[in-house]
Design a protein around this ligand. Sequence first.
Ligand code: EPU
Length: 421
Amino acid sequence: MDKLLITGGTTLNGEVRISGAKNAALPILAATLLSETPVSIGNIPHLKDITTTIELLGRMGVQMVLDETMNMEVDTRTINNYQAPYELVKTMRASILVLGPLLARFGEAYVSLPGGCAIGSRPVDIHIDGLIKMGADISVEGGYIHAKAKRLKGCRLVLELITVTGTENLLMAATLASGTTIIENAAKEPEVSDLAYFLNKMGAKISGIGTDVLTIEGVEKLGVDNLHYEIMPDRIETGTYLIAAAITGGKVRLKDTRPDILDAVLAKLVEAGAEITSGENWIELDMHGKKPKAVSVRTAPYPAFPTDMQAQFTAMNTVADGVGIITETIFENRYMHIQEMQRMGADIRLESNTAICTGVAKLTGAPVMATDLRASAGLVLAALAADGDTLVDRIYHIDRGYDHIEEKLSQIGATIRRVPC
Ligand code: EPU
């Protein structure tokens, strides 16, 4: 199991290219299951979760070719089974995204239930209830969801709470249903919109994209000759590199990204004392050598502050001036990084879903353990600001969602290397 060895204390400065968004690439690759013709997808991020998705689709008989420019050709004409096995789903919960497309196109899906997760219980009841309302016959046996339907029927779905992959699963299922489906209280995350734009390019009829009411007029089939689609930039990777500069008093220019989908994060960075400038596809952050000021954040669905940036802001608050209060409202157990940060000298008090962080003059390097993807990003950021060496264990979590993190951080001056164990 590889580890990351980070020697902190360097002010980061330079330019980084942002990769395609993991949370857009995963549903879009699942959505290729709906296409009767081959599709080409560009700006695929180089991530473990993409490898897992390739394995998942490959086991169904899908043919894929990923070239060195991270462009993937996907051909689903050779598909020969409709299963997502436990051994893959347990390593990547987003595998549940094949449920809607398989059921809608082939009338059957056999998908393992994801089960527990380090950041909370994360049930998929809203995905299942929505498909049942659309006429699917669903049973759960032996840890597997077995879904069947001749043709799904459009209907009105009012989601009990805002769910990103739940909205995506139902959206994909509705594209091939008979009649019109209306999804109310839909997630408005930009990655949901990216998926919807891709589906429309394949011939789907979705309106209301970017709002919390999605209307889908079902069509007979999907697939357009010579279709190419570019995945949107990763807003969470963008935010993480902005904090890498902010936490070290540095300056960074991020290219191939989008400032318009980061309003809540950029506003908090300005509050922390950063100077932010941006253009259509770039963002620059300059701390002018200053220490960040502590900021308070409350996570909530888009366009509010993202839960996927919570651990990184917690890291920044540990060395900031003042007291910052972090409130996590999406997942019940997304504070596993706090105990590790405390081992580095952070002053954080956890009260229920609230973390009260009082900035300290310096963190000190320590061996720490990553527990989930964004927690590990938080630990890497804390390590960049700490005195001495930090060894981050279990970095397979970080490889799931950060494309070449040690190369990108080295490029802006960090002392970081992968230590094979
Ligand atoms: N929920 C239910 N029932 C459901 C579905 C969700 O109770 O059927 C609850 C969850 O337990 C949670 C809340 O609803 O408390 C919101 O969860 P959501 O379904 O929106 O999360 P997700 O779709 O499983 C996606 C991202 C996560 C991100 C969340 C929230 C993907 C592949 N994953 O997860 O990303 O944190 O939305 O924005 O898009 C990450 O990238 O590190 C990551 C965890």
